[in-house]
Design a protein around this ligand. Structure first.
Ligand SMILES: [Mn+2]
Length: 321
């Protein structure tokens, strides 16, 4: 039985026309993995299209090399579809039908609850990021990424570990990152591009979110709700809510934090974080979402007050079991 990674390499060798798809609302890892793989396939002489909606890409990732070639839709006829960082087929959004339409499908991911939905599945939950898996792929193909690909991969690793803060930060991940630095990636420069280009709207939004945050000392739970109206008052984009939940999680007396943001009228996205004792991946799962033990998310049309009530109930039941 060949290794999953070998099967991925075989699929790459055998295919000639590739579509790479990431999840909707792509984060740094989805973008880093998709573009890191884009550069590898180009290096191997393949035809490749990357399906990512440019309108959903946060401005802080605008410097990623190769991003100018992504498109929401394509008439490109591919023989192979590769999904990256896609924890569940539903996360493909409008691109989900490609799983049936394209002859060969490959799923590269690091989410532990990935249901292995493709013909070839390479899922490694102990990795920092899907981007780290893409670097492995480069090495297995006996190729060294140039600075453009190395930058994309580094960004995926950096952002999925929360700037090397989260529990998925490993020695192997840091060694892989060191290889990328040897290629020419500048950690300080990349950090600055991603974390130090915030807008005034973002600052005002953090202010609103933190002021409105509720701390439940008994449940050791902190949460905040960000509505469309809050975004308007602050003059911020929905994507700028991203790290509010990390501020809540930073509290000493808190085990779990949740931010619910209204993505469009009547639709909400929950971002949950844990300090270790609570499995927010399981929590997100109970809302039809997914993720990791310490970081997970879900979307819902349920009103935030009802969601909070359900989360509290869930926290109570897991604390007593
Ligand atoms: Mn990821």
């Amino acid at each position: 039985m060949p290794d999953d990674k070998d099967q991925v390499l075989d699929a790459i060798k055998q295919g000639s026309d590739f579509i790479i798809a990431a999840h909707v609302q792509p984060d740094g890892d989805a973008l880093g993995a998709a573009l890191g793989l884009f550069w590898l396939l180009k290096e191997l002489g393949k035809n490749v299209a990357v399906l990512i909606d440019p309108d959903q890409v946060s401005a802080k990732y605008s410097f990623l090399p190769g991003l100018e070639s992504v498109a929401q839709k394509s008439t490109f006829k591919a023989d192979t579809l590769i999904t990256v960082d896609v924890a569940h087929p539903d996360r493909l959004g409008d691109n989900k039908p490609l799983l049936e339409a394209v002859k060969h499908t490959v799923n590269i991911d690091h989410h532990p609850d990935n249901p292995r939905f493709a013909h070839v599945n390479w899922v490694e939950p102990e990795m920092t990021s899907t981007s780290e898996l893409i670097l492995e792929l480069w090495k297995s193909a006996s190729k060294t990424p140039a600075l453009d690909a190395a930058t994309c991969i580094y960004v995926g690793m950096l952002t999925d570990t929360g700037n090397w803060q989260y529990s998925n930060t490993t020695s192997a991940g840091l060694r892989a990152a060191a290889d990328l630095v040897d290629i020419g990636v500048e950690p300080n420069g990349v950090f600055s591009l991603i974390y130090e280009r915030n807008t005034t709207g973002w600052l005002r939004l953090m202010g609103l979110g933190l002021t409105g945050a509720v701390i439940d000392k008994d449940l050791r739970f902190a949460y905040a709700i960000v509505t469309r109206a809050d975004l308007e008052v602050a003059g911020a984009q929905a994507s700028e809510v991203e790290n509010l939940v990390d501020w809540l999680r930073s509290l000493a007396d808190i085990d779990a934090a949740l931010v619910i943001k209204e993505t469009q009228a009547g639709e909400f996205k929950g971002s949950a974080r844990s300090n270790g004792s609570v499995n927010v991946g399981a929590l997100a799962h109970s809302f039809g979402g997914g993720g990791h033990h310490n970081a997970a998310g879900f979307t819902t049309t349920e009103a935030p007050t009802l969601v909070i009530a359900r989360v509290k109930k869930w926290l109570k039941s897991t604390a007593s079991s």
